[in-house]
Design a protein around this ligand. Structure first.
Ligand SMILES: NC(=O)CC[C@H](N)C(=O)O
Length: 305
C-alpha cells in the first residue's frame, strides 16, 4: 500500500474542515497557537516512516501523556491499581467533577483528568521528587529521543488557571484517594501535560503499543504483552473521553487525544500514527485529526474491525 500517497490525499481532503473547531483557550498559553496547522506521521514496525505537513513542529502533548503515566503505574502496581482508578468509559467531559462525587472519589479511567491525577499520585508514592524525571525519561526512551522536554510557559499557564483540576484533586483527597502532597501531585501532572513533541516523535514513542509492548526499533521491552493489550483496550474505549464511542465508530483504532491538538492511534501489529491539528471539536479532540484518521482507515481498510 502506498501510505505516502494516501496521507498526501488526506492532507488535500481535510482542507475544507479548517473553518470548523476552536483551539483550546482555557489554557491561555495554548490560545494563541496558529489554528491552521496539519501534520501526520506514520511509523511502521520496520522503522519506515511517512510524513505529511509540518511534522517537525512541536506542540503540547497534553492528555496524550496519560498513556505514558498509565503505562508506568500499571507496570508498577498491576491489577491493584484498579482499586484507585477504574477501566470503564466515563461518558462525561475529561475535566468533569460530577461522577467523582457519585463514585466516592474513584475516577472511571486513567485517561480523564481525575484518573490521570491518581496515576500520577501513585508514581509520586514511589519516586517522590524524581517522579517527573522518571516520566520524562520513559517518554524519551519510548521515542528513542533524548531531546524531548516540557514547555515552561504552558506549564505555568496551567498552574495558574487549573482551577477545575484543583477541584478534582481536592475532591479525591477528601475521599482519601490521593496520598501525596496535593501541590506536588498537580505540579507533576501539569508538567507531564506540557511536554512538547512533534508528530514524528509521538508516532515513534507509541510504536511499542503496536508491537506487544516492545519498541521494534530499539528492542526495548517497555511493558509486557498482557499489559500492552490492556492499554490498547483502554485507548479504544476511553481515549477520547465522551467522544470515545464516536472515535471507535468512525476510526476504529485505539487512540488517545490531547487538547493541544494531537491524536495518536495504533494499528496493532502494523504501525503507530500521530496527527496534529489544533482546532478541537466540542469534546476537546482535534477535529481535523479525527477526520484524517477516519479517512485513513476508510482508505486503507486498516481499522481493527
Ligand atoms: N484533555 C486534555 O488534554 C486535558 C489536559 C489538560 N492539561 C487539563 O488538565 O485540562
Amino acid at each position: 500500500m502506498n501510505y505516502q500517497n494516501i496521507i498526501n490525499e488526506i492532507e488535500d481532503e481535510i482542507q475544507v474542515y479548517f473553518k470548523e473547531g476552536k483551539v483550546a483557550d482555557y489554557i491561555p498559553a495554548l490560545a494563541h497557537i496558529n489554528p491552521n496547522q496539519f501534520a501526520m506521521s506514520i511509523k511502521l514496525l520496520d522503522g519506515t516512516s511517512f510524513n505529511v505537513g509540518n511534522t517537525q513542529n512541536k506542540f503540547s502533548i497534553q492528555s496524550i501523556s496519560k498513556v505514558f503515566t498509565f503505562t508506568l503505574a500499571l507496570q508498577l502496581y498491576g491489577r491493584s491499581l484498579y482499586k484507585r482508578v477504574g477501566h470503564e468509559p466515563s461518558g462525561d467531559p475529561f475535566n468533569s467533577l460530577i461522577q467523582l462525587e457519585y463514585e466516592n472519589g474513584i475516577p472511571r479511567n486513567p485517561f480523564i483528568n481525575a484518573g490521570a491525577i491518581v496515576t500520577t499520585d501513585t508514581l509520586l508514592s514511589k519516586y517522590q521528587d524524581k517522579s517527573f524525571d522518571y516520566i520524562l525519561d520513559f517518554i524519551r526512551t519510548s521515542a528513542n529521543d533524548f531531546t524531548i522536554n516540557y514547555d515552561k510557559e504552558v506549564y505555568s499557564s496551567e498552574l495558574e488557571h487549573g482551577f477545575l483540576n484543583m477541584a478534582l484533586i481536592n475532591m479525591m483527597k477528601s475521599y482519601k484517594n490521593i496520598n501525596n502532597d496535593l501541590e506536588k501531585v498537580i505540579q507533576t501532572y501539569f508538567k507531564q501535560c506540557s511536554i512538547e513533541m512533534n508528530t514524528e516523535q509521538l508516532a515513534n514513542s507509541m510504536l511499542f503499543l503496536a508491537n506487544h509492548g516492545v519498541n521494534p526499533i530499539t528492542n526495548k521491552v517497555l511493558i509486557n504483552e498482557a499489559k500492552a493489550k490492556r492499554i490498547n483496550s483502554l485507548m479504544l474505549t476511553c481515549g477520547h473521553y465522551d467522544a470515545s464511542g464516536d472515535f471507535a465508530y468512525k476510526v476504529g483504532l485505539p487512540g488517545k487525544s490531547g487538547v493541544g491538538g494531537g491524536i495518536v492511534a495504533i494499528v496493532p501489529g502494523k504501525m503507530s500514527i500521530c496527527v496534529y491539528s489544533p482546532k478541537l471539536n466540542k469534546q476537546g479532540n482535534s477535529l481535523i485529526g479525527t477526520k484524517a484518521l477516519e479517512l485513513f482507515t476508510t482508505k486503507t481498510g486498516l481499522s481493527i474491525f
